[in-house]
Design a protein around this ligand. Sequence first.
Ligand code: FES
Length: 303
Amino acid sequence: MSGYGRCNDHGVIFKRIEDFEVFKTARKLSIAVVAIVGGEGFGNDCDLRRQLLDASDSVVANLAEGFEQPTDRAFAKYVYTAKASAAEVRARLGLAHDRRCMADEELREGTDLADHVTRLCAGLIRHLLHSNRKDRGVQRGKRPTTGDQPATSDRPVTGDQRPTNDCRLTVDLRPTTSDYEYHPPMPKLTVEGHRTVDVEPGKRLVLAIEQDAKVDVLHACGGNARCTTCRVEFIAGEPERMTVAEKTVLAAKGASGVRLSCQITVDQDMVVRAISRLEGSGRPDPGATPLPTVQPPPEYTTR
Ligand code: FES
């Protein structure tokens, strides 16, 4: 699955993001959301309408932006975000239904589409991580057309490894060895004193601790970088990047040596200490369940 311009009996070349099933389905989801929020049931709930439109736009936009990235891993990062946005659409459709903004049939249609996008994104992520090309040929000039023109790459090129800027992803469609069936290792999360679990890449750490490791971490503000009750200590695998929201609130509280699990996604193996638990806190519950995507929409800096 490596190389450029590969196209034989077993494979097809996707030249445009519009060729991807996941992109086609994302557009259907976007159209469905526009129709749903245009209904009378939404009345004056402008916030929910805007949030749904933003989330469905984010799915399409991240897939398109990711397709233009120079490496498979960089592309996969954007697909993670698109996948999380599809999950957000699903969650917000549920909220809208709870508020009686939409009919059962609309919820079913929207949820089915969002689930389909999520599954297709997961398959594409697996494919990209398996393929793991370091150069997808998307940042070159045009391919030379005459023998005396220099190659646009400084890498030696031969045969079907010749660079081309119109073959951005090859997908093997052989039914018995589809790359979409490849399952790379998932990141492992260990909560000290508790269990080690595999986590869906890109999942919010606070949700992974609670839902996968089954540890009663607090998230009093619902994962919005306000309360700091979701704080954890890293033993290993602490990410370098940090949301501006996390940095700001930790600085305001004078907290050091801790990270906010609601502001971190699990993209690598991690070992953490859950230091803020429901047990012993005197609180009636851990707080509202955080949305699947990092909130507020993340702007990243370094720690
Ligand atoms: S800061 Fe409130 S849940 Fe993370």
